[in-house]
Structure formats: structure tokens, C-alpha cells
Design a protein around this ligand. Sequence first.
Ligand code: ATP
Ligand code: MG
Length: 373
Amino acid sequence: MKNPFTFSNIVTGPNFCNRKKELKDLLEFIRSSQNVLLYSHRRTGKTSLIRQVFLCLKEQNPDIKALYIDLYGTTSEREFMSRIFQQLNVLESGTDKLLSLLKNSIDKFSFQISIDPATGSPTISPAFKAADENLVLKNLMGLLEKFSLKRKIVIALDEFQEVARYANAEAFEKQLRSYIQQHENICYIFSGSQQHLLSAMFQSKGRAFYQQAASYPLHEIETEHYLPWMKEMFDAGNISVSTDHLAEIVERFGNHPMYIQLFCFFLWRELQDSPWDDRTMDRIERAVIDQKNLEYQMLWDNLTINQKKTLKLVLMNDGRNLFTAEALTAVNISTASIVTRCLKSLFEKEILVKNGKYIIQDLVLRKWIALNV
Ligand SMILES: Nc1ncnc2c1ncn2[C@@H]1O[C@H](COP(=O)(O)OP(=O)(O)OP(=O)(O)O)[C@@H](O)[C@H]1O
Ligand SMILES: [Mg+2]
């Protein structure tokens, strides 16, 4: 049997653990066309959750059209719009119907239509040269609104923080908001992971998206939901792992979805050939840490010497009392102001988070630093 655990792809169906409350909440937001900001640290399961919500929607409300737009890597308003155009075939999958939808709504600029050989679906690309971008955006938003008057739509804009990096971000956000506000029959799911960018967009009074969406932080999956799911996955391969061991895996990896999948992936592989022994847990944990070696090495190499010392300071003191003479001497930092500066920059890089104390956000990075430097 193929290893059922996956740590690098979007997971849905049987590979998707629980999240029943989140699914229910998001379906409610969609049905009531309430915009929502879905955010979390990296690899917590935002994209998988959106995909799973869309699958549920297909079963429960097939009349609602769902567009998933991945904004990752977009650097301009044009690319933003192009990604939406590429998904318009969700609204009308037949080429003729799609063409007539476009012709009825878009009359001031030209576009090309081609067939995606992989899916056989028609794909639209706007010709930006002939028209100015504002006009294309106006037409595109008008088309969405017009369609939504017949059928409800949900549009997930994943990696939405990319917008904040566009050259004319603030002006574009303002424009976008002016359209989105009029879309009473469309639910927008804004999703992303870079919290300082997202909170600047949605929580700063001066910004266009200030309080434009219900805030929905995505947390880790709870232990009581993990255990039956993990057991079922191992049982399907006739592999027996005790509930205590499963609970220990979840605890060691702070309930983090991606790391638990990674651990279980290695564990599944190992238990094919050899039974569980006293060292299994530590051996697999080490394999998980080693798997991230290259990435962490690069991250570490890109830090300044004082940032590295500050991370060690945080680790050695469990994130508290970082400014005592004794603590500073132990890591060879001469003044507290250096620590203040480095904490700020590490916080901005989202390597550190603050929760009553400073914590290295990525739990496996924490383990890697403790082992390697
Ligand atoms: N509900 C779930 N059940 C089991 N595993 C999950 C679940 N959600 C996410 N995962 C695991 O976490 C990994 C990351 O999931 P996903 O890509 O959906 O997260 P993300 O928050 O969108 O990540 P990124 O911040 O990189 O965009 C998946 O490959 C999978 O291993
Ligand atoms: Mg994602």
C-alpha cells in the first residue's frame, strides 16, 4: 500500500483530518456572503481547508460557484487580474457560454481565449496593451457582480499578502475594496500567512481593507481529533501504533499539521520493515529535523551574528528575562540594546513570535538550533 501520509501537497478527502468546526464556519460565511480573513503561520493547512470547503460546497450547495485564485508569486495588478481571468471557466465551462458571458460584460478591451490542453477548459487572457488596467479591473469586477446576481459565488484569494508588495499596493487596494463592497452576493476568502503584512492591510485604520472581513485565525488541529484519524490511517496499512505513542507524536510536534504528516510519513516507512522499539520516536524525530537541514542552514546563514546570538539567548532562557547581565554574557552580547534591535528584526521576519515570552515560531527550527548550533 502506498504511504498515505503527505507533507508537501494540499490534502483533502481521507487525508484531511477533521477541521469540522472550521468547515462549518467557513460554509456559513460563504452561504451568507460574509467576507473572511483566514490566516495562520506557514503550513498550518489554510489551502487544504479552502479546498476541502470547496469540495463540501460541491456536494451541499452545487449552485454556488467557487473560484480558487492562487496569488503566490504575483508581482503586479496585471498578474492579479490574469489569475482571476484564468479561473473564469469555473463560472461557465463551455467555450461558447463563456464567450457570451464575456461579450455581454466586457466590451471595452480585447482578450484571447485558448483551450488548456491539460484540462480541456477554455482559458481567458486579457490584452492589457489596448486598455488601461483600471478599465480591465472595472470590467472584470462588473462581470463577477453581474454573474453573482444569478448565482452566488465564493472567491478565495490565497496568499493575499502578495498584494501588499505590488508597486501601487495602496491605490490598488482602495480600488479593489470599492468593487468588493458592492458584491453583496459574493463571499471573498482572503487567505495568507505573513501576519505582519496581513494585519497591516486589515487592521490599520488608514488601509482600504480595514475591518473589511471577519478575522478567522486557523489554529493547529486538536489532539482529540488527531488520534482517531492517525489510527485509521495506520490501521488501513495494518500497522499498529499505540494511542500513547500517537499522542506523544502530536505533543512533540505541537499539533502542527505538516510536521505530524512528515513524522507519520517516515514512521510508516520505517514500520514496514522493523517493529517499534525504544528508539523509534527519537530516530524519526531526528529524520524530520534532518529533512529541513538545507532550508534551515540557508536561513541561519542569512542572519547577522547578533541575530544568531539572540536566537540562542531566547532558546537558553526559554524566551524570558533576556536582558539580565548574566544572560547577555552567556551569549557574548555586550549591550541590551543589541538584543532589543535583534528581537525586533527577528519578530518582523516572523522567526520569533511573542506570547507572554519570546518563542521561536517554527518548532522544528527550535529543535534544529538546539541540536546544531
Ligand atoms: N486537515 C489536515 N489534516 C492533515 N494534514 C493536514 C491538514 N491540513 C494541512 N495538513 C498538512 O499540512 C501541510 C500544509 O498544508 P497547506 O498547504 O494546506 O497549508 P497552508 O497553511 O496553506 O501552507 P502555506 O502557508 O505554505 O500556504 C499539508 O501538506 C499536510 O501535510
Ligand atoms: Mg497555502
